[in-house]
Design a protein around this ligand. Structure first.
Ligand SMILES: Cc1cc2nc3c(=O)[nH]c(=O)nc-3n(C[C@H](O)[C@H](O)[C@H](O)COP(=O)(O)O)c2cc1C
Length: 211
């Protein structure tokens, strides 16, 4: 039960089933290794709010790949690198080949999802067994896409993305946050288009002019 003033997020999250208008089937699980813009979606709903918002942004971007992290096998970080044969290595290669990396996660308990956190924990591999890939991140940009039921994304959600960018000498491009129930509004769709423009600018390109 939420305390006064706190979002009743669990109840809101169950309010709706998977979205029908989300072209999630375009989301690849085999990361192309050379896309200049690579996005990772880590949600517990494959056709949920976060996937819909990520697609609203990526619809404006050329040469961009969106990868469903939940469909991959990403084990937790292990000090002995016990999961080195899972799918993380291909994600690391995709990140190292990109100019801009976009992480999309709903806010779950004021934080990124467990699926996304597994990816973040495994970034340690890029400072250990895949050191050249980790060093290749310097100078690239990180953006975040987020949905939640609260009016704003909490700092506890945003800070790890910004701090991780700093750790790897990357630029922090900022977060696009939209409440789940507002994703289909013209304001949110316009914000997605503007955000795509910012991502494209960091990748050295620009989005197509609106029709
Ligand atoms: C386990 C869980 C925890 C959540 N925690 C929060 C939260 O801390 N803050 C918030 O604003 N919304 C929270 N929500 C609501 C979701 O972030 C929101 O419904 C979001 O749009 C769902 O996106 P999805 O369809 O990609 O999962 C939570 C939902 C779930 C299922």
């Amino acid at each position: 039960m939420a305390r006064p003033g706190e979002p009743q997020f669990a109840r809101n999250a169950g309010r709706r089933n998977e979205r029908q208008n989300c072209e999630i089937e375009n989301m690849t699980t085999t990361p192309p290794l050379t896309a200049p813009i690579v996005g990772f979606v880590g949600s517990s709903r494959r056709k949920g709010d976060t996937a819909a918002l990520a697609h609203a942004v990526f619809a404006h971007l050329d040469h961009a790949a969106l990868i469903d992290v939940s469909a991959l096998n990403i084990g937790p970080y292990d000090y002995g690198h016990a999961h080195r044969d899972d799918d993380f290595a291909s994600l690391a290669e995709a990140m190292a080949a990109a100019r801009v990396i976009v992480f999309a996660s709903p806010v779950y308990w004021y934080s990124m999802t467990a699926q996304m956190k597994a990816v973040f924990d495994r970034l340690c591999d890029m400072t250990e067994i895949y050191k050249p890939l980790g060093k290749a991140l310097a100078g690239k940009s990180i953006f975040a896409i987020a949905t939640g039921s609260a009016p704003e994304a909490p700092a506890s959600f945003t800070q790890p993305f910004a701090d991780t960018a700093g750790y790897f000498d990357m630029s922090w491009g900022g977060v696009l946050y939209v409440r789940g129930r507002e994703i289909d509004t013209p304001a949110a769709q316009n914000a997605a288009r503007l955000f795509a423009g910012e991502i494209a600018r960091h990748a050295g390109g620009r989005i197509a002019a609106p029709a």
